[in-house]
Design a protein. Structure first.
Length: 125
């Protein structure tokens, strides 16, 4: 088992859905800047279940900073036009909420705002 730990910013709002047996599942897309900051960001999908999925859908927004750690699972897929690709997913995720983007500012990159800069009163736990 490979564990991946990192931080970044949500690329979109949380996508919450319900399985056939009634469990909540959410997919959270995160862009994480590379250490050298010269390359393209790494995109990771965090797969959240049940109460964690519900809380994420309620509290996380596009552009918000997060810190994460989880079990790394690459998932191969084929697009409708026949191209193959790989999605990088994390399961069994430990997630910390960071600062939300301000409406009057641009959405900063992960490198511009550290996750630890969050106001403790703004964290939903």
């Amino acid at each position: 088992m490979l564990t991946l730990t990192g931080n970044g910013r949500l690329t979109r709002d949380v996508a919450l859905r319900t399985t056939r047996n009634g469990d909540s599942v959410a997919t959270v897309s995160v862009a994480s800047d590379r250490r050298d900051r010269n390359g393209d960001p790494v995109y990771v999908a965090l797969v959240l279940w049940r109460a964690q999925a519900d809380a994420a859908a309620e509290h996380l927004v596009k552009g918000q900073a997060v810190a994460f750690s989880g079990r790394f699972e690459p998932r191969e897929y084929t697009t409708r036009d026949g191209r193959d690709g790989v999605a990088y997913e994390l399961h069994d995720v430990a997630l910390e909420y960071g600062a939300k983007p301000r409406a009057d500012e641009h959405t900063p990159t992960a490198a511009e705002t550290p996750v630890g800069a969050a106001d403790p009163d703004d964290i939903p736990f």
